[in-house]
Ligand binder design. Structure first.
Ligand code: KG4
Ligand code: ZN
Length: 333
């Protein structure tokens, strides 16, 4: 079975070829143009996908040494994501599948982030818990099988990636700020500053309050010392990162306690964060967890994870059709 997968849910255009469950290529075109605007501009993202999609797909096939006629199916990210961005990938996949006379597979982007764990060894065993953290989502997912997942806790407002990016913006760092906070945090003291946080009920999260408390903190400090940010950038980043990761961990530990599950994975763009990766390893060891962290190239958006998810969907006989629509909003069910 040879699958070509296309990812275009946000601001990365990506294509991947998977054969017999193994990734042969994973080509990603980043849209750096959004840095100019301090965030992803949906209309611009859609136009960039239109420019990138043909060269990215051609390159993925070339690197895999696969001809279009060799393909068994074409997979695409069906949702959730930006509608204009999704439509480019969905339309391209439909056209190509129609031309080749082969089936389509529609993939759930967040499920694919989780299934990135099945690309390389070691693979988690079922059931496992996955903390799925990206620019649009923050969820704790109970994974029973590649096609059976349930959200047991999630953010009620902002996603943690959004909290990273918005704090970075307040520090005048370019978009996306998450990776930069991570970089500066590595040389800072995580206990230098404290920010008040709210405790949400059950396994839920809230990240909108932290942005406000951080803004108030910055206003107060810069009022006293206009050079506060420049003089304390590393400590500020380390403290913000520590606070965000600590919030993530409190609920993750509770989820493990309540379910009795000790197979614990992280996924999504924020799982590239070095503080989160280290904390999972260290705390996981103390708690007797088996922990799973995806390789860097499969943390942020990529078509490799879409191909992996499509492999399981295809095996389960779950195919899409020419009538399948992009879904900007789509819950894991
Ligand atoms: O999964 P992803 O690539 O796209 C979405 O589906 O949203 O996640 C993007 C998010 C952004 O908010 C970005 O700032 C964050 O992941 N991110 C990081 C790091 N790398 C990416 N956040 C903190 N530390 C990082 N190293
Ligand atoms: Zn994503």
């Amino acid at each position: 079975m040879t699958i070509l997968a296309i990812e275009s849910s946000c601001d990365e255009t990506s294509a991947s070829v998977l054969q017999a469950g193994k990734i042969l290529s994973n080509v990603i075109a980043n849209q750096t143009i959004h840095e100019l605007y301090g965030g992803v501009v949906p209309e611009v993202a859609s136009r960039e996908h239109q420019k990138n999609i043909v060269p990215v797909v051609s390159e993925a096939l070339r690197q895999a040494n696969i001809q279009p006629q060799d393909l068994t199916a074409i997979a695409f990210t069906q949702g959730p994501g930006l509608l204009g961005s999704l439509l480019v990938g969905v339309s391209f996949a439909k056209g190509m599948a129609l031309g080749l006379g082969i089936p389509l597979v529609g993939v759930h982007h967040m499920k694919a982030h989780i299934l990135a764990h099945f690309i390389d060894e070691p693979k988690p065993s079922f059931p496992f818990l996955c903390l799925t953290v990206s620019g649009g989502h923050t969820q704790i997912v109970r994974v029973e099988s590649p096609t059976d997942m349930r959200v047991i806790g999630e953010t009620q407002d902002d996603a943690v990636g959004e909290a990273f990016d918005k704090t970075a913006k307040l520090l005048d760092l370019p978009y996306p700020g998450g990776p930069l906070i991570d970089k500066y945090a590595q040389q800072g003291n995580p206990k230098a500053f404290e920010f008040p946080t709210v405790e949400m009920p059950a396994l839920n999260y809230s990240f909108s309050g932290i942005k406000t408390s951080f803004l108030n903190f910055l206003k107060k400090q810069t009022h006293q010392n206009p050079n506060f940010v420049q003089e304390n950038l590393h400590d500020i980043c380390a403290s913000v990162q520590y606070t965000l990761i600590d919030i993530l961990f409190r609920k993750l530990k509770r989820a493990s306690r309540e379910t009795g599950i000790k197979e614990i994975a992280i996924a999504g763009g924020v799982s590239a964060n070095s503080g989160l990766r280290t904390r999972l390893q260290e705390e996981g060891e103390l708690l007797g967890w088996n922990t799973y962290i995806p390789a860097f190239q499969y943390c942020t958006d990529n078509a490799g994870m879409i191909a992996m998810a499509a492999y399981y969907e295809y095996e389960a006989g779950k195919l899409a059709s020419q009538a399948t629509q992009a879904q900007a909003r789509w819950e894991i069910k």
